[in-house]
Write a protein that binds this ligand. Structure first.
Ligand code: URA
Length: 254
């Protein structure tokens, strides 16, 4: 405090400070905290070792793995996927398209991704390709109402129905794997190239179709996608042969 102040002025100043909330005196000379603040970061930067201050990066694949692993039921898995915020497709989609049909069925079908109709309804294969799929299944006495379970590699519609990106497939694959584990099918049908790429790591449906393979310890059969069959009617003959393969496999396992 300035010693030149008279007693009355000093007391008035003190009372004013107490009114402002001062409860104790710490040092004789005032400290300008604004100056300190401006000076502090510079001094600190010089003193600290050169460690870049980066925000912790999240690995979406690892996050998906953790979320998928912790799901103990199909209901929990659906919730885990609905709460997964690392895939941008979710932002552009109207609905999560999780599955349709009978969980626990002997046959599980894995399609590609929802289209416009599926996005609107929140169910896989409900558009034109889905109607053809239902007819194909009916031809070998299968139906989503009684003995087939259906899902997709991606649960959200890609914009303009573009192909899923490898990064999207990688991010959502842990959920697909968990989906298969929890649904416990006996055989899996992979519809089209994207499903083969996601599950088998291989493309080339014309070569792959009709040949049994294995994934996650289960027999899997690649087939032409029904959307392809709508465009290439001549390929239906091969699809029929593949359906007969599925029927034979199910019959043999009974
Ligand atoms: N095509 C797919 O692969 N999945 C759907 O759900 C609809 C169309």
């Amino acid at each position: 405090m300035d010693s030149a102040l008279d007693w009355h002025t000093a007391r008035a100043l003190l009372e004013w400070q107490m009114e402002l909330g001062v409860t104790e005196t710490i040092c004789d000379a005032p400290i300008n905290r604004y100056e300190l603040q401006a000076a502090a970061p510079k001094a600190k930067r010089q003193a600290e070792p050169d460690i870049p201050h980066k925000p912790k990066e999240v690995d979406p694949v690892e996050e998906a793995r953790k979320a998928a692993r912790s799901a103990g039921s199909l209901v929990a898995l659906r919730e885990a996927m609905a709460g997964f915020e690392h895939c941008d497709l979710k932002k552009g989609a109207r609905n999560l398209v999780f599955a349709d049909g009978q969980a626990g069925a002997r046959v599980m079908i894995i399609g590609e991704a929802p289209g416009r109709d599926e996005d609107r309804e929140g169910r896989p294969f409900v558009g034109r390709a889905g109607q053809l799929l239902d007819k194909m299944l009916a031809a070998i006495d299968l139906s989503r109402d009684s003995n087939v379970y259906i899902t997709n590699v991606l649960p959200w519609r890609p914009p303009q129905n573009r192909d899923p990106l490898p990064v999207e497939i990688a991010m959502l694959k842990p959920f697909l794997q968990r989906h298969v584990e929890l649904a416990q099918p006996e055989v899996v049908i992979l519809m089209g190239n994207i499903s083969c790429q996601a599950v088998l790591g291989r493309k080339g449906i014309t070569r792959l179709r009709g040949n049994w393979d294995e994934a996650w310890g289960l027999p899997v059969l690649p087939m032409f996608h029904p959307a392809y069959l709508l465009r290439q009617a001549a390929a239906k003959r091969l699809a029929w042969a593949d359906l007969l393969e599925v029927r034979a496999r199910l019959g043999a396992a009974q």
